[in-house]
Design a binder for this molecule. Structure first.
Ligand SMILES: [Zn+2]
Length: 154
């Protein structure tokens, strides 16, 4: 099997004391998160079956400080990654919030413009009404003067 050869050569590169699990694979370091053993690291099968459980029941505590450090580093990296993701999501939310505010401002601006248009229209309407009244008054004056002229010429 070429894969087992590859994993044994990898094993030599990483650490000489990584055990093999019952299915013959290089065991992986995991961290327990139980109340009895919080943060304690152990070696387990690297493969998972369809139920999401380890493929074999291999289990070995890895209490040597080297492994503990490795496990802690791994967990720290995971925490950092999660933090990074959280920050990314936060930034995304902030961006969306900004976008929403921008759209709101745009909407307000448009509404204001509409309002201004309306006001302008109303004032134009008032001007027109005023002009019409003025025209009517002038007409009346003209008619009165005309009648006066006719009457005075008799
Ligand atoms: Zn296994």
């Amino acid at each position: 099997m070429s894969s087992s050869v590859a994993s044994t050569s990898l094993l030599k590169h990483t650490s000489s004391n990584v055990p093999m699990c019952s299915c013959g694979n290089q065991a992986v370091l995991r961290i327990l998160n139980t109340r009895r053993n919080p943060g304690r690291s152990f070696f387990g099968c690297p493969l998972y079956n369809k139920e999401g459980l380890p493929q074999c029941n291999f289990f070995k505590w890895s209490d040597s400080s080297e492994y503990k450090e490795q496990a802690l580093l791994k967990r720290e990296a995971e925490v950092l990654k999660k933090e990074e993701e959280l920050k990314k999501r936060e930034a995304e939310v902030l961006r969306q919030d900004e976008e929403l505010k921008k759209r709101e401002a745009e909407f307000e601006k448009r509404e204001l413009a509409l309002h201004n248009d309306h006001v302008q229209f109303r004032s134009q309407e008032a001007d027109m009404l005023h002009a019409r009244k003025l025209f009517l008054v002038l007409w009346l004056i003209a008619i009165v003067m005309y009648l006066y002229l006719i009457l005075s010429l008799r």
